[in-house]
Design a protein around this ligand. Structure first.
Ligand SMILES: Cc1ncc(COP(=O)(O)O)c(C=O)c1O
Length: 398
């Protein structure tokens, strides 16, 4: 008799054991199941512009393909794109300050992979884009979450920053305009945070400025508002949001040559560099006409105004006006406490999906329960329909 071979059980690496499928992914899967079952589902969950990539940018990619730009590029990006990024970035930079990666997301991953030792702390103001926390954990760092609620405009104060810094702090994350709140730091607010960081020379700042061009108040970059930190600052940006190029996967980091070199070492082993064709398209986005950026910003702003007015008219919901990005982050705490049938924000989002086919993301996915995130990167008809459904969901919860 042959002995029965047992199939070895699959085990994950310890470093990802705490990471679950993101709540946003879980929600969109629940929405897909409802859609497949024939229900009418309206989703405001995704974080990407609803506009197409402008035709001249697509054309630049086609030209690149036709002329044979189809090979590996230098790991840190093509010289032409790195040069253009250096010229367009805030502050005074050359190509040696720039790394091009497969989306802004990879820039952040490269930075943590290149700098975090186990247990190194990264200060993350909440609400946050959940990738920050997961990526810090992926590279065995320790996220230090600082709660920054609506009463402080969802922004970290200098005193909070000071209190959160320890000898183990390696990075502080800032994201302005913010996903999920749309909060924008003014240059005075950044200068006040800089004063704190100048007292702690071991702490570096990672400023995610991916929503720079979707900003309804004057935008301030950390690169110009925090000049005293230029040696320990990484600014992350890219074409995904400003030019509706989420699928092209091009983002970049601008920082000191030593940091960029370390990140390039990581990238060399992970992807060898970003797509040659997408880099040609990103170059066109930076160097050619970009009127679409202004037109689209105006459209987003008009949508924001509609959404804010209608949301604040819903009983139990309050929503501050976002100064940037294309999300609102309303509180549903009053609605929950007034309705015994709802236990928390996740429950409210589940209720909205089940009763109205409406997909919203619970605030706890961004480290702040009692809220939800709704994207307004959707057409006006869908937005108005969705806001009616939201009102009905709130009424049905009573
Ligand atoms: C705050 C923030 N940073 C970075 C990204 C990722 O950008 P990319 O698509 O270029 O990786 C997102 C995408 O949702 C985001 O919201």
């Amino acid at each position: 008799m042959t002995e029965q071979m047992s199939v070895p059980k699959f085990t994950k690496a310890d470093r990802i054991s705490g990471m679950a499928l993101s709540q946003i992914v879980q929600l969109s899967e629940a929405a897909n199941r409802r859609r497949a079952a024939g229900h009418d589902v309206l989703s405001f969950a995704t974080g990407e512009p609803d506009f197409p990539t402008p035709p001249h940018i697509c054309e630049a990619a086609i030209i690149a393909m036709k002329k044979g730009d189809t090979r590996y590029t230098p790991t840190a990006g093509t010289p032409a794109l790195r040069d253009a990024i250096a010229r367009h970035a805030h502050g005074d930079h050359g190509p040696e300050n720039v790394i091009v990666s497969t989306g802004a997301k990879q820039v952040i991953a490269n930075a943590f992979a290149a700098t975090l030792n186990p247990g190194d702390e990264v200060i993350i103001p909440a609400p946050y884009w959940s990738t920050y926390v997961d990526t810090v954990q992926l590279f065995e760092g320790a996220p230090v979450i600082v709660n920054c609620d609506a009463s402080q405009g969802f922004k970290i104060s200098p005193a909070q920053l000071e209190n959160a810094i320890t000898p183990r702090t390696r990075w502080v994350m800032l994201n302005s305009p913010s996903n999920p709140t749309g909060a924008v730091y003014s240059s005075d607010e950044l200068a006040a945070l800089e004063t704190v960081l100048l007292r702690h020379p071991h702490v570096w700042l990672l400023s995610d400025e991916i929503y720079e061009h979707i900003c309804y108040v004057p935008f301030a970059s950390c690169a110009t508002a925090m000049l005293g930190l230029s040696d320990r600052l990484l600014v992350v940006n890219g074409v995904s949001k400003a030019h509706s190029m989420t699928g092209w996967r091009i983002g970049w980091g601008v920082g000191s040559p030593a940091l960029i070199e370390a990140m390039t070492t990581v990238q060399g082993q992970i992807t060898s560099g970003a797509s040659s064709i997408s880099q040609a398209a990103a170059l066109a986005a930076l160097e050619m006409a970009s009127d679409h950026v202004d037109t689209r910003r105006a459209t987003f702003r008009a949508r924001r105004d509609i959404v804010i007015d209608r949301l604040n008219a819903v009983d139990g919901i309050t929503c501050p006006e976002p100064d940037g990005a294309f999300y609102v982050f309303p509180s549903c705490a009053a609605l929950i406490s007034a309705n015994t049938s709802l236990s928390d924000d996740a429950d409210f989002c589940r209720h909205a999906l089940e009763t109205e086919g409406l997909v919203l993301v619970p605030g706890r996915a961004f480290g702040m329960p009692g809220h939800f995130r709704m994207s307004f990167a959707y057409g006006e008809t869908d937005l108005l329909n969705g806001l009616d459904r939201l009102n009905d969901a709130a009424l049905a919860a009573k």
